[in-house]
Ligand binder design. Structure first.
Ligand code: GLA
Length: 690
């Protein structure tokens, strides 16, 4: 006999009313305090202008082997390759000062490159490879060290911008005279193509899903070769500047992409997407390194971009590192190799690996440094809240969506969830914290009093299942649909999760087991990264396990993802094929709150709006939090200029946060890891000066 039945029976026997039974229910409260976990290394806050400036220097330097290309007449002079005013990193902000050339960084990644067409929607395999190949109009990764009073995105390809007086026009100035890695000028032709033929073309979905909504429904107009304007219906939508950072406004080389686009003679959208396969070497980049070798399931090798547009304050063209490797392996292997010293870098984020990684890193001869940061790695399960056809559900799917839209059902799931056990099943110790969902504890917009937590109580869950009309009518231990829905069969909810990460898999399996104990049948749909993304972006799930992105930490980045403010901004609720949304009243309120936040420039009002948001989100269980824990950056000890307190994840991943173009290996510490010495990337593969 289960607990609910026992208490119902007891109530009958002693003749108390049903209300007295429900008094055993556990009420929502604020979340329990997280176990103390000190981050190792705090960032030293600086102003944005302390990091770099755009200016012309008298002299520029380059590595000797690149100079040999110039001497052989194969490259223009370095001063001609650089923009008029390159980005100049200030040595005062470099943790170890001006660096030297040479050196290799060996990454290991779990993804695989589909091709180089990020703009057509292709992934390069993650783990920092796309972060290094593309450069974006603004940059946010390094903001972890920016003084909160000076918080605004860093300029990057956009060297400046200004708002009109009414705040409805944003004028953006690009860096002038910068070039792609093949020497073609970077200018507003690239912006024009990105905007009109990627973002605004309904047939194209760029990798991270940027749409007009991402940019507060801007209209974009080119002014001249280095200037464009965006106009808005609302005043000062400053989130747009964050949206211009990594993931979104990172333009591609229009001179190469355009001819493959169907509007300009390309065969089809499908052929456009696949026009630049991984085998194609030397695809033009604005990033510090370009591809010179690809061996499937083995390695991708990148060499320095001779046209890179950033220098240090001594005029040395960046990057310092000549070569980058991306070993094509698994995410778990990234941790193992970084700790063992056969790889150089890992974001330690799969909690199952913590104990072993910590043990080895504590040894005196450990090849890598390991430093924990704030608790910003977190997982949630997200309900599909669309009842009007997003993802074309079948009859069962429809019935589950209707349940998902019932707060009682979501409360049942949250109260059925033993989060402590789930967290401890990943790793024991002070790492994991109970996470109710919504903004993370310890982040700047978090407010405990506005956070509603539905604690674990199987009895309470049973009560909520009943309130949602779900009872175990056939006595097999699982709740059934009401008789008039799906023939009254067992409710069977599918849970989509990604199979590339052990943590995602373990959490999903734990969730299934815990739900079964509470009487809800859940079927797991485990898919590899790419298929998982396709399924969740197109709404083919009942619930899905989600590793949260930066909006839950920073609020100001990915702000539009906090609520269904546009047709495609939310992960739990998107428009159907006809472009219609069917928001529940509280979802609408959440969206209005987020829009008000975006429209407000008043700090106190913004804080207040985020309190309202957090309340709406957590009280209504827009997402059901699973666990949150700190991640650690593992980096080989030979690297210099790694900023203190660089978190593995905040505005962006550590691959961006540590500013890799400034990282170097002191000359006397360079082992012979180079695979393509003396070469530069080109469309013909690696080329040498001789
Ligand atoms: C994957 C990894 C992260 C990080 C990102 C970078 O998602 O899991 O740790 O490396 O790629 O895009």
């Amino acid at each position: 006999m289960n607990n609910m039945k026992i208490s119902a029976l007891a109530a009958m026997l002693i003749g108390v009313s049903a209300t007295a039974v429900s008094a055993q229910m556990v009420d929502p409260t604020t979340p329990p305090a997280s176990p103390k976990f000190e981050a190792q290394g705090e960032p030293v806050f600086v102003k944005r202008s302390d990091i770099f400036e755009f200016m012309a220097l008298d002299n520029y330097n380059e590595p000797d082997f690149v100079k040999a290309f110039v001497d052989a007449g194969k490259l223009p002079l370095v001063a001609e390759r650089l923009p008029k005013e390159p980005m100049v990193y200030k040595s005062s902000n470099m943790p170890d000062g001006i660096g030297n050339y040479g050196g290799v960084m060996r990454h290991v990644i779990g993804g695989r490159p589909e091709g180089w067409n990020f703009w057509g929607g292709q992934s390069q395999g993650w783990g920092g490879i796309d972060i290094g190949l593309t450069e974006c109009l603004t940059r946010t990764g390094p903001l972890f060290e920016v003084d909160p009073s000076d918080l605004e995105p860093l300029p990057n390809l956009a060297k400046g911008w200004e708002w009109s007086e009414d705040g409805k026009t944003l004028t953006v100035h690009l860096i002038e005279g910068a070039k792609w890695s093949d020497g073609d000028p970077f200018d507003t032709e690239d912006i024009d193509f990105y905007w009109n033929d990627i973002v605004m073309d309904p047939e194209v979905t760029p990798l991270m899903g940027a749409s007009q909504g991402t940019y507060s429904n801007a209209n974009l107009e080119i002014v001249d070769a280095s200037t464009f304007k965006m106009t808005f219906d609302t005043a000062f939508p400053e989130q747009v500047l964050y949206a211009m950072a990594y993931g979104n406004f990172c333009p591609g080389p229009s001179h190469v992409l355009k001819p493959a686009h169907p509007k300009y003679g390309g065969e089809s959208y499908e052929s456009f997407r696949n026009a630049f396969p991984p085998e194609q070497l030397g695809f033009p980049v604005m990033g510090a390194w370009g591809v010179v070798e690809y061996r499937p399931d083995d390695v991708i090798v990148l060499r320095r971009n001779p046209y890179y547009w950033k220098v240090d304050s001594d005029g040395n063209q960046l990057p310092y590192l000549d070569e980058m490797h991306y070993r094509l392996s698994t995410w778990a292997d990234r941790d193992v190799q970084a700790v063992a010293g056969t790889g150089d870098f890992s974001n330690l984020e799969q909690a199952e690996n913590y104990v072993e990684a910590l043990r080895r890193s504590a040894e005196a001869d450990a090849p890598a440094r390991l430093a924990f940061g704030p608790r910003t790695i977190g997982y949630s399960v997200l309900p599909n809240l669309s009842a009007n056809g997003w993802g074309t559900p079948d009859e069962r799917g429809h019935a589950v969506r209707e349940l998902n839209r019932d707060l009682n059902f979501r409360k049942a799931i949250s109260t059925a969830l033993d989060r402590e056990r789930l967290g401890n099943s990943l790793v024991k110790g002070p790492f994991t914290a109970i996470y109710p969902g919504g903004l993370y504890a310890g982040t700047s917009f978090y407010d405990e009093a506005s956070t509603v937590y539905y604690p674990y109580s199987v009895e309470t869950a049973k009560h909520y299942f009943e309130e949602a009309g779900l009872v175990d009518t056939d006595g097999n231990g699982f709740v059934n649909f009401p008789a008039d829905v799906m023939g009254g069969e067992d409710v069977n909810m599918t849970l989509l999760a990604q199979s590339d990460y052990s943590t995602d898999k373990n959490l999903a399996e734990g969730f299934v087991a815990i739900m079964e104990e509470a009487g809800l049948k859940v079927t797991l749909n485990l898919l590899p990264g790419k298929d998982y993304d396709d399924a969740r972006y197109s709404g083919r799930f009942d619930w899905h396990v989600y590793r949260n992105t930066s909006e839950m930490i920073t609020v100001v980045q990915n702000t539009t993802q906090l609520a269904p403010v546009g047709d495609t901004t939310a992960l739990q609720h998107r428009a159907n094929d006809a472009g219609e949304m069917d928001l529940l009243p509280w979802e609408q309120e959440m969206a209005d709150t987020v829009n008000a936040f975006i429209a407000s420039r008043d700090a106190a009002e913004r804080i207040d709006l985020m309190k309202q948001y957090q309340k709406l989100h957590t009280e209504n269980l827009y997402s059901v939090g699973l666990t949150a824990y700190p991640g650690a950056l593992i980096i080989n000890k030979r690297f210099a200029n790694i900023p203190a307190g660089a978190p593995i994840f905040m505005y962006n991943w550590a691959e961006d946060n540590i500013i890799r173009e400034r990282v170097y290996v002191p000359t006397d510490a360079q082992p012979g890891y180079e695979l393509h010495p003396g070469t530069l990337p080109s469309p013909e593969g690696p080329v040498t000066a001789g």
